[in-house]
Design a protein around this ligand. Sequence first.
Ligand SMILES: N[C@H](CCC[C@H](N)C(=O)O)C(=O)O
Length: 276
Amino acid sequence: MLVRFSKMHGLGNDFMVIDAVSQRVRLSEQTVRRLADRHTGIGFDQLLLVEPPTRPDLDFRYRIYNADGSEVEHCGNGARCFARFVRDKRLTVKDEIAVETARGKAILKMLPDRLVEVDMGAPCLNPVEIPFAAELQAPVYSLDVKGNLYEVSAVSMGNPHAVLVVDDIDTAPVKTLGPLIERHPRFPQRVNVGFMQVLSPSHIALRVFERGAGETLACGTGACAAVVAGRLRGLLDAQVKVSLPGGELYIGWRGDGASVMMTGPATTVFEGQVYL
Ligand SMILES: N[C@H](CCC[C@H](N)C(=O)O)C(=O)O
């Protein structure tokens, strides 16, 4: 089956985006892994599927697959690319687009100068729903990793995140500690691991070792989770600039049950066709 796709990225977090509204698309975990290969496939951190909604009040269904083939609940950088894609492909003419995710919905808003604002919904801090094994909900947990104790915050943006505060982002043990926490038994569905350096109450630097993809140049849900974690720890203001290796996101969160708002770019690199 020959399928059209767009290659896109949000601050270097790159995606293969497929219109499954006007094309019939069937994906297996093996097919996703094959397409994700950066030498023999298309190459991406995540594959995004644009599908018709299953709910009448929403415009599209938004499905996300990691490079390892696992389907996951949310992708923030991908949400901005999703909005750019459905507008450029004339699948909608709306400036505000409501999409269904595995754990709820997200509202995507087209802004001037080709930026996109995403209402990411409220963070979930209940360990049972993250999921994370903990007796009680807390802003910080002590996590034993091979005999060493680390302070982590646990936040779900639909997908699970563990967030650590480090003194220097450039020397943070992303490549060594990231995979150990990603597969830590207290995170039964694995976890995305964020390493955050607080530069000021309104500015952080962040690197993310992503579940199912490894370290990426940017992670939108990771940026949201890091700001939530920083605010829970009393370190950050309500509006924060997040500097990632691939560029900057602007994250806002008033606290408690409020939505996390994310603003950033979305870029189309090329169009292609591939046999699935
Ligand atoms: N890059 C994505 C995160 C993908 C999430 C995926 N790695 C997982 O939850 O397993 C973002 O911009 O939010």
